[in-house]
Write a protein that binds this ligand. Structure first.
Ligand code: AHM
Ligand code: MG
Length: 349
């Protein structure tokens, strides 16, 4: 019988890939894994205890904060604080970045950017949710971390990952040497290696987008959606459509089965909806490491300038061939958004 390999064992083994590493990144990943187990326990209980629903507060994005958003944020920050390897956290749930002010974090070298509970509007209805994290080495030498430390380009990430709390709970991460997935075995309380060296298929037949906003998409995206829907035996079209409203769940499926996930600019979200630092960049790093492609339709996500903490971006990501096709169609049209009505087409932006 094959012995199971836990996340902890795997991280220690892989430490040798970084000849000068002193184990800090490994400890940081371990701490994130521990917080993920605690959050998983609560997510699994949603519905039983008084943990579903809104807190009654609104975050910097203007979104209602769910009780579990707040709980997950506290758990991850507490784990990073007690671990001692992280100097600053950027979180979807905090307007400003959070200094980790403790004696053991004095010399901490890493910045962690996190969406503690992505897709949280799905909690109340038992659809999968996730956590997304991104790790950078700080640029400044000492003292409190600066804006320069937190506004680094995606290409500077040293690690990134997500946890998907779904029909089973999985942690998937990369340190820039491929992507590995671990499934939580509830009987032993450990993440165990279940998906070594994950590769996103180069082509696929699933497209994932909130088509409810169709009228508000740029013409290139409308054209690509139509391309997905027409019949063509050779290219296995029409494709299938899947969209959960939880990016982590949609990306996890895309990694395993292939496909394309799109959240383009829309008339309501002229810069896109998803946040660059703690949603698009980490997911782009993972998908590229698995052999896929990640762009905003025109430029590589990982090379986008980061100007502010909660900056948004469009994202088109997944199987390389599908993303390239969408880019090809975007290039044929103006990036302008035109509103489709029953009467015809009206330019609105
Ligand atoms: P959140 O971080 O506030 O949960 O928002 C991000 C989520 C993504 O997981 C998902 O893909 C998207 O928002 C869904 O948005 P929409 O309902 O506009 O399709
Ligand atoms: Mg999110």
């Amino acid at each position: 019988m094959k012995a199971v390999k836990t996340l902890g064992q795997f991280i220690i083994e892989k430490q040798a890939d970084f000849p000068y590493a002193k184990g800090e990144l490994s400890r940081l990943l371990r701490d994130i894994g521990i917080a993920a187990k605690i959050v998983n326990r609560e997510v699994n209980k949603a519905g039983l205890a008084d943990i579903i629903g809104d807190v009654g507060t609104v975050n910097v994005q203007g979104e209602n904060q769910k009780k579990l958003d707040v709980y997950a944020n506290e758990q991850f920050i507490a784990a990073l604080q007690s671990g001692g390897e992280c100097c600053t956290v950027v979180s979807e749930e905090n307007d400003e970045y959070v200094y980790i002010d403790s004696e053991i974090s004095k010399n901490a070298k890493y910045v962690v950017c996190i969406d503690p509970l992505d897709g949280s509007s799905n909690i109340d209805v038992n659809v999968g949710v996730g956590t997304i994290f991104s790790i950078f080495r700080r640029v400044s030498k000492d003292g409190k971390a600066t804006m320069e430390d937190v506004l680094q380009k995606g290409t500077e990430q040293v690690a990134a990952g997500y946890v998907v709390y779904g029909s089973s709970t999985m942690l998937v991460y990369t340190t820039g040497k491929g992507v590995n997935g671990f499934t939580l075995d509830p009987s032993i309380g450990e993440f165990c290696l279940s998906h070594p060296d994950m590769q996103v298929p180069q082509d696929g037949n699933i497209y994932s987008i909130n088509e409810g906003y169709y009228a508000h998409f740029p013409d290139g995206i409308k054209k690509y959606i139509k391309f997905c829907q027409v019949e063509d035996e050779k290219t296995r079209r029409p494709y299938t459509s899947r969209y959960t409203g939880s990016m982590v769940a949609d990306i996890h499926r895309t990694l395993i089965k292939g496909g394309i996930f799109m959240y383009p600019i829309t008339a309501q979200a002229p810069n896109g909806k998803l946040r660059l630092i703690y949603e698009c960049n980490p997911i782009a790093f993972i998908v590229e490491q698995a052999g896929g492609r990640a762009t905003n339709g025109y430029e590589r996500i990982l090379e986008l300038e980061v100007k502010e903490l909660h900056q948004r971006s469009a994202i088109i990501i997944g199987s390389t061939k599908m993303v390239e096709k969408a880019e090809e169609m975007l290039a044929c049209f103006s990036p302008q958004i035109t509103k489709t009505t029953f009467e015809g087409v009206v330019t609105i932006q």
